[in-house]
Design a protein around this ligand. Structure first.
Ligand SMILES: Cc1cc2nc3c(=O)[nH]c(=O)nc-3n(C[C@H](O)[C@H](O)[C@H](O)COP(=O)(O)O)c2cc1C
Length: 375
């Protein structure tokens, strides 16, 4: 049997991932009100780091307090945020087999809501929320009208992204991802549904891309040259008058020319009017088109749940990597089971080796190729 591509290494700059499986960034809404990581993050990132996935990316991590979705979101806007995250990362480094990435984010006009299990209701300054910021004073339906950022305020947010990147480097993350999707701040500059500016940051595509590209340049300059930097984008708004896949290809070409290592092709999030053709692998064609037409590595994400499906995506040249979100929460051992199904070898931590089907009849443990000692 030939080695499955899903379990072959993938190199970006100085980082070699052991396989093509990525744990997609997922907000945990479990940080302290100051945005500090808690023991939940140690458990969440820790158990995914030992899952056999090649790369684990943290949840959207806010570059300023007003960049959070909720007051329980993780932050990286001050040096004080470093130590609590370091504790979680130390576990991942010590026991995990995955490389660790951080997603930097600003929620823009979709911030200041309660946590999902409290229905994400809009909060204002009287009940723990804050003033929203966006490209234009255009509200996301059902939310307050955001403050339209001045050019000086844009420069402050760009600098906050760069400062956050320096903190991520101090934490020794292997990879950084900019969240440019889902209707959050950077995406709200790209999409005509949220950007009605008449200055250099609005209008035609070139103007709408300007702020996201300035942020990318600032982060690239602040992030070590030997470590990969990727961007998660909304590839299409799935809505009339919105951001399109054709514009995403141009944006990806611009990102690539500036030193972007991959694009993660997500979609939607600008408007509740979106019509998403939801189904298995529904965003894979977007990743494939960006990969082919912009010549950049892509991560496919969205309802990728089966090992054979994931293998087809990477072996068929539709994407270089696959990210799983909900499937990983539901079955954090997905990568182990996929390796078994596809006949591949994968990372197991020593203390869990005896659960492997090949060892159940044995009381003597054969060391796995990639295992690290528990200490
Ligand atoms: C609980 C949860 C939290 C999420 N938080 C984020 C996030 O912080 N950043 C992000 O880019 N996407 C986030 N997403 C989207 C996922 O990363 C992923 O793109 C989406 O769930 C589709 O993949 P799936 O079908 O494998 O779950 C979140 C999804 C879930 C289910």
């Amino acid at each position: 049997m030939t080695e499955p591509v899903l379990f072959s290494p993938f190199r970006m700059r100085g980082l070699e991932l052991p396989n093509r499986i990525v744990v997609s960034p997922m907000g945990q809404y479990s940080a302290t009100p100051e945005g500090f990581a808690t023991d939940w993050h140690l458990m969440h990132l820790g158990h995914l780091a030992v899952s056999g996935a090649g790369l684990v990316i943290t949840e959207a991590t806010a570059v300023e307090p007003a960049g959070r979705v909720s007051s329980a979101c993780l932050g990286i806007w001050s040096d004080d945020h470093i130590a609590p995250l370091r504790a979680a990362l130390a576990f991942c480094r010590r026991h995990g087999g995955a490389s660790m990435g951080m997603q930097l984010a600003h929620a823009g006009r979709k911030g200041s809501v309660s946590v999902p299990w409290e229905k994400q209701v809009a909060l204002d300054a009287t009940n723990g929320g804050w003033q929203l910021k966006s490209a234009s004073p255009i509200a996301y339906p059902g939310r307050p009208v955001p403050h339209a950022l001045s050019v000086d305020e844009l420069a402050e947010i760009r600098d906050a992204f760069a400062a956050a990147a320096r903190r991520a480097a101090a934490l020794d993350f292997d990879l950084l991802e900019i969240h440019n999707a889902h209707g959050y701040l950077l995406h709200s500059f790209l999409t005509p549904l949220a950007n009605a500016r008449t200055d250099a940051y609005g209008g035609a595509l070139e103007g709408r891309m300007r702020f996201p590209l300035e942020v990318f340049d600032a982060v690239r300059a602040a992030w070590p040259a030997d470590r990969p930097l990727g961007v998660r984008i909304t590839s299409t708004d799935w809505a009339d008058g919105g951001w399109t896949i054709e514009e995403s290809v141009v944006f990806a070409q611009q990102l690539k020319a500036r030193g972007c290592d991959y694009v993660c092709a997500s979609s939607g999030g600008s408007t509740p009017e979106q019509k998403i053709p939801i189904g298995p692998g529904y965003q894979v064609p977007l990743a494939e088109r960006i990969r082919t037409e912009a010549g950049i590595a892509t991560i496919a994400v969205g309802l990728i749940t089966e090992p054979g499906q994931a293998e087809d995506i990477v072996s068929g040249g539709k994407a270089d990597l696959v990210a799983l979100g909900r499937g990983m929460l539901y079955n954090p051992r997905w990568a182990w089971h996929a390796a078994e199904a596809l006949g591949a070898n994968v990372y197991f931590p020593h203390p869990y080796e005896r659960c492997h089907p090949s060892l159940r009849g044995s009381d003597f443990l054969k060391p796995f190729r990639d295992a690290k000692p528990a200490s």
